[in-house]
Write a new protein. Structure first.
Length: 322
């Protein structure tokens, strides 16, 4: 039997732009789904809601205080820094997230960026279409350096599920793997070296890939000082959170040759401003925060969102944010 709990989804479009179904969630209660939600619309849309689901909409203390019926906040993703968890806890509101649904997809995106930089596949596809190969005097056409990854060091910042999946792919390509992690060295596979410090990882790695959550302590951890430690041939990859990087410092490092290249699936402001310095920086490659958005990952996401709400209704909440 359908529950009568009032459920509101505030920004459903990124996870389900129309190719998936909200029907399983709608069977759990009186559910309304909005594609997008401006800050000024949150309270009016959720005034009677007992359960609110969000992706990137900010649920602040002020919003929580304005919603007396609210009992459940569901983050439709893994990171939940857009929710004031402390304010929710004070009210006895359950907060859940969706862990691990996009592990394979995000790791795949990190390595896709690395392979694109190493092999310049996108560049050469455009060059062939432009007739450069057809006009070439040789059987092959090259106008950029190409990089063999085997034997080079992949430095992983954060060895959670996504970081470890990325490390496994790098290991499969013959790369040496080092990690900055809180895990005990004895618990790591023999092919993973634990870096003694973050600075050491940046200084010794040929590729640094970020896979850590954003916290007050690591905000802007990739700054001018740390970039200066890197090799001039080094590559930086970020599929985690944009605020881990000082974007002006990274643009400067790319433009002056402090490091070779960067690849970003996330940025501090999303969408980025047109005057963001990275958009015109040398050897900076982008995807628009889509590492998580494969069809397979979004199907898992929708399933877990629904299961989280169903478990809360049954009185046995799962995936509760601590």
């Amino acid at each position: 039997m359908k529950n009568d709990m009032k459920i509101v989804v505030l920004d459903g479009y990124p996870g389900n732009p129309g190719d998936l179904s909200w029907e399983p969630l709608m069977k759990l209660g009186d559910c309304r789904v909005f594609d997008r939600c401006a800050p000024g619309e949150i309270v009016d849309r959720c005034r009677d809601a007992e359960a609110v689901l969000v992706n990137k909409v900010a649920i602040t203390r002020e919003v929580i205080d304005a919603l007396p019926r609210l009992r459940y906040l569901g983050e439709m993703g893994t990171g939940y820094n857009n929710i004031d968890v402390e304010a929710a806890r004070e009210r006895g509101i359950t907060v859940t997230n969706v862990p691990a649904y996009s592990t394979a997809s995000v790791a795949q995106m990190a390595m896709a960026h690395l392979l694109n930089i190493a092999c310049r596949t996108g560049h050469y596809s455009r060059q062939v279409r432009a007739g450069r190969w057809s006009d070439c005097k040789d059987f092959c056409y090259t106008d950029t350096p190409l990089i063999e990854l085997a034997g080079k060091q992949m430095g992983i910042v954060g060895l959670g599920q996504i970081g470890f999946a990325t490390a496994q792919i790098a290991h499969g390509l013959g790369m040496k793997v080092a990690a900055y992690t809180s895990k005990d060295e004895a618990s790591l596979p023999a092919w993973v070296t634990k870096a003694p410090s973050l600075d050491d990882l940046f200084a010794t790695s040929d590729v640094v890939s970020l896979h850590c959550p954003l916290t007050p302590d690591n905000r802007l951890m990739v700054n001018a000082r740390r970039l200066a430690l890197m090799k001039p041939t080094a590559i930086l990859i970020n599929t985690a959170r944009g605020m881990l990087i000082d974007e002006q410092a990274l643009a400067d490092a790319l433009n002056n040759g402090t490091i070779f290249a960067a690849a970003l699936d996330v940025m501090t402001q999303e969408p980025p401003a047109h005057d963001n310095p990275l958009l015109t920086a040398r050897n900076c490659f982008f995807t628009p925060h889509v590492g998580w958005a494969s069809n397979e990952a979004r199907l898992r996401l929708m399933d877990v969102i629904t299961d989280n709400v169903a478990a809360f209704i049954a009185g046995t909440p799962v995936n509760v944010v601590s």
